[in-house]
Design a protein around this ligand. Structure first.
Ligand code: MD3
Ligand code: FE
Length: 217
């Protein structure tokens, strides 16, 4: 157990960066847990492998996705929703690994959201060239709950717009182990990820992985 992940008083510490109202970057917070998170990820992916979903306009997303938890985020020709069943396997999404839920709760508490119990973890896989265009995450029932995101592997440039799509996005580098907690007034901010550049990372190879913990139900 390192200082970065140890128990102790909740609330921000030196080194935490307030990105905006309700949004906190916990630099390297998940680093000590990366191996446990990647092991959990492997277990989830054996049941529900990554796949490229198709969005309503008919395009296939460049980011490959899967989910763990009671529900998973799903896109298809008819729209977006949270669904209890993996449409590719016909089975429920894999349970959320204990290491996932524990990390999400500790990060949310540090950022001022104690008692965060996510019911969905969306898993995103970026290969070089993959990107995520500017969007809002607004399909969750309780927008008072934060979203916790964990970045693993290759670094990416995160695009953080304002509450209006027209606001010019800020560019922010997210690295292996970085955790961001998005709550409060930042919960509905537009955001995206710039095209991933090629590279190699000791724990993920040529990929970037992102876990977003959500309270959807
Ligand atoms: C700000 N994923 O899955 S994580 C997504 O890196 C998503 O894969 C990106 O956006 C990724 O929806 C960004 C950071 C993030 C996630 C959710 C947010 C930032 C957010 C919700 C509201 C505001
Ligand atoms: Fe998002």
């Amino acid at each position: 157990m390192s200082a970065a992940s140890g128990t102790g008083a909740p609330g921000p510490r030196r080194g935490d960066l307030e990105l905006g109202p309700g949004a906190v970057l916990l630099h390297g917070f998940a680093g000590p847990d990366a191996a446990a998170l990647l092991a959990g990820l492997d277990a989830v992916l054996r049941e529900s492998p990554f796949r490229h979903m198709v969005v309503p306009n008919g395009r296939r997303m460049s980011v490959a996705m899967s989910n763990a938890g009671l529900v998973g985020w799903v896109a298809d020709r008819s729209g977006y929703r949270y669904a209890p069943t993996d449409p590719d396997t016909g089975r429920p999404w894999p349970a959320m690994p204990d290491a996932f839920a524990a990390l999400a709760d500790r990060a949310a508490e540090r950022a001022g959201h104690p008692g965060f119990v996510p019911d969905c973890c969306l898993l995103n896989r970026y290969a070089p060239g993959a990107r995520m265009s500017l969007h809002q995450d607004g399909d969750e029932r309780d927008l008072g709950a934060p979203i916790v995101s964990v970045s693993l592997g290759l670094p990416a440039t995160f695009l953080w717009g304002g509450v209006s799509r027209a606001d010019r996005p800020r560019r922010l580098r997210l690295e292996h182990g970085d955790v961001v907690v998005w709550g409060g007034a930042s919960r509905l901010a537009f955001h995206g990820v710039d095209v991933l550049k090629p590279g190699r990372h000791p724990s993920t190879g040529a990929l970037r992985l992102n876990l977003t913990f959500r309270r959807a139900l």
